[in-house]
Design a protein around this ligand. Structure first.
Ligand code: PLP
Length: 393
């Protein structure tokens, strides 16, 4: 049941679930690969599409559908396709919507594996890619070609939290007959709804904030009935990038607390960013909630919160950055993000370690840069842990 009058918090808890005759209160998990038909005629009607219903769990599983319907409601989309990981969500969009001869313009500041997927894998099938700076609107315009089918962005981007105006980019895409795809991983629909701002498709790594507790891999694509409900769904049905019902159940539980958690992540992150900005051992802090962030005004307009990712440059380069990381006793040294547990990473030698020195300079990945995914521990404990290695020269 979807009640369009409901607010976000209610949709996150109440939509999607279709209770069975058993009367379960919490959503049921359906660990079954196939479904039984009452007759040969029913089987034929289901396969032929004239009768809705379950067929085979690669493309129809009730628990997965509960999650898809709930996330579609939260993003304001007509259709959602859940996938095994965030990467397979992006792959399904590319396979579903592109053909040989098409061109894609992608922001340089996207998840590293996304760049490799596009260039090394999708690129093998006759699709061409151009990469542009996320915030350079003239660069986007100049990169467009008559055969540009998709524009792809993350906003805010990792790890410097740069932000692009989704509405402006969507207008640019549409004037060229192209579609805008937004990876909404950092904000989640609790803080930003790209479809309402004109984007055509949203992709998610559910592995991050949608779960929020680092338990499961998953992804999703949200958009309209034709492109997502038919074309991307075709990749799921025939290509099998499916989400497991166990993981779908974890994400359903995650969505129920998404709004509360995102607000708490934002509160902790803002306090941490302000504290770091005032710290004499720090050269620069990147956080959309700070007035010093170049797109602070846009973030206020486009997002209903500034998110949980804070990055900062420590005076003293890589040695100083590693010292901060190694001195922590509570924070988890891991590249994952969007967890209740605060995580800390040195991008220049991990997530962005494959870039050449010139590419690092171009991407703003300084040797002293540290990225923190601010969790839900007490902000005083997070600060105390980071303070251990922050030595004033
Ligand atoms: C993690 C991540 C992905 C990939 O998701 P997986 O679930 O790890 O496959 C894609 N985009 C962004 C922004 C991410 O942070």
């Amino acid at each position: 049941m979807i009640d369009n009058e409901w607010d976000f918090e209610t949709l996150a808890i109440r939509t999607g679930h279709v209770r069975t005759n058993e009367g379960e209160h919490s959503e049921a998990i359906f660990p079954t690969s196939s479904f039984v038909f009452r007759s040969a005629a029913e089987a034929a009607a289901r396969f032929g599409g004239s009768e809705p219903g379950n067929i085979y769990a690669r493309f129809t599983n009730p628990t997965v559908r509960y999650f898809e319907d709930r996330l579609a409601a939260l993003e304001g989309g007509e259709a959602c396709v859940a996938t095994s990981t965030g990467m397979s969500a992006i792959l399904a969009v590319m396979l579903g919507l592109l053909k040989a001869g098409d061109h894609v313009v992608c922001s340089r500041a996207v998840f590293g594996t996304t760049t490799l997927l596009l260039q090394n894998i999708v690129g093998k099938f006759g699709v061409a890619f151009s990469f542009v700076d996320l915030t350079d609107m003239a660069g986007w315009e100049a990169a467009l070609q008559p055969n540009t089918r998709l524009l792809f962005v993350e906003t805010p981007a990792n790890p410097l939290t740069e932000i692009v105006d989704i509405r402006e980019l969507a207008d640019l895409a549409h004037r060229n007959g192209s579609l805008l795809v937004v990876d909404n991983c950092f904000c989640t629909p609790a803080l930003q709804r790209p479809l309402e701002l004109g984007a055509d498709i949203v992709v998610h790594s559910a592995t991050k904030y949608l779960d929020g507790q680092g338990r499961a891999l998953g992804g999703a694509v949200v958009g309209d009935k034709q492109r997502v409900g038919k074309e991307v769904y075709g990749v799921l049905r025939n290509g099998g990038v499916s989400m497991s019902p166990f993981n779908a159940w974890i994400f359903l539980k995650g969505l129920e607390t998404l709004s509360l958690r995102m607000r708490a992540h934002c509160d902790n992150a803002l306090q941490l960013a302000q504290w770091l900005e005032a710290h004499p051992a720090i050269e620069r802090v990147h956080y959309p909630g700070l007035a010093s962030h170049p797109q602070h005004a846009l973030a206020r307009r486009q997002q209903s919160g500034f998110g949980g990712i804070v990055s900062f440059i420590v005076n003293g380069g890589q040695d100083a950055a590693w010292q901060v990381i190694d001195a922590t006793q509570m924070l988890s040294i891991t590249a994952n993000l969007g967890d209740t547990k605060t995580t800390i990473t040195h991008p220049a030698t991990t997530t962005h370690g494959r870039l050449t020195p010139e590419q690092k300079v171009q991407a703003g990945i300084a040797d002293g840069l540290v990225r923190v995914s601010v969790g839900l521990e007490s902000i005083r404990d997070i600060q105390r842990d980071l303070a251990r290695g922050l030595v004033v020269a």
